[in-house]
Design a protein around this ligand. Structure first.
Ligand code: PEP
Length: 259
């Protein structure tokens, strides 16, 4: 059984004191649970203070982005090398990076490679836009995103990473994907990994769903076969909502007799 992973992506929200307050509240509300891994992805600015504040039995940290070169004249950037002692994960290829900051497939491939090289687990986001879905291009888009991003990785490296299926039309819109749509795409992703990297990598790889996840809708997603957790944006900024999502995941696992 793969461990359930719940990642809160705070995006460009919360200054240092607001972030510290949210962690304080989450620490009160979330118990130590060995079988649910909870990851916080705050802004770059607050990673360092939070690394001192968090109870490491409850939380791990992720960066929301990093640059693929290890060091050099790259004004404004932070490298994976600089982050390696601070975070367990880095989110790579989030649709906001792809669409607002024009990160292309090659840039995302280089970031995944830099993450693996620096022994940080990448959380690779993939997903189609509304137009791509309505034009029937979803699987082709995912194929291209996966093929480029995983280029040159070994089966072992792929098995250890995390892929988040985030349909772009579901991010921050309240427009959640239906369970059967999620199941179909997760099956597709696992099938792709099995065909290219073998059954072991496909079995070990964790696949998350992301897109307007809230405590109100989480139950519909927990039963989707192959979903190993969630990437949560808006709802992770509210301690009550985020803790309820973590609780729901834990209870679901316990009811299934997996804990
Ligand atoms: C995200 O930022 O990855 C995300 C899924 O956001 P939201 O939950 O707000 O849709």
């Amino acid at each position: 059984m793969r461990k359930i992973l719940v990642v809160g992506n705070w995006k460009m929200h919360l200054n240092t004191s607001q972030a510290s307050l949210l962690v304080h509240r989450l620490q009160e509300r979330i118990a130590i649970r060995r079988d649910v891994e909870v990851v916080l992805a705050p802004s770059m600015l607050v990673l360092q203070p939070l690394s001192v504040q968090i109870d490491r039995r409850k939380f791990r940290l992720a960066a929301q982005n990093a640059y693929f070169r290890d060091e050099g004249a790259f004004t404004g950037e932070v490298s994976f090398t600089m982050l390696r002692d601070l975070v367990h994960y880095v989110i790579v290829g989030h649709s906001e990076r792809r669409h607002i900051f024009s990160e292309d497939l090659d840039m995302i491939r280089d970031k995944v490679a830099a993450s693996v090289r620096n022994e940080i687990t990448p959380i690779l986001c993939v997903g189609e836009t509304k137009r791509e879905r309505s034009d029937g291009e979803t699987k082709q888009v995912l194929h291209d995103q996966l093929m480029t991003a995983l280029h040159n990785l070994t089966s072992r490296e792929v098995g250890q990473m995390v892929i988040a299926y985030e349909p772009v039309w579901a991010i921050g819109t309240g427009d959640v994907a239906k369970p059967d749509q999620i199941e179909e795409i997760i099956d597709y992703i696992r099938g792709y990994i099995r065909d290219v990297f073998g059954p072991k990598a496909s079995k070990e790889l964790r696949i998350l769903y992301g897109g307007s996840v809230t405590p109100e809708v989480i139950h519909g997603f927990l039963d989707v076969p192959g979903v190993d957790g969630f990437l949560v944006g808006g709802a992770s900024l509210n301690y009550y909502s985020f803790a309820n999502i973590v609780d729901a995941a834990y209870k679901w696992q316990r009811e299934k007799g997996e804990v």
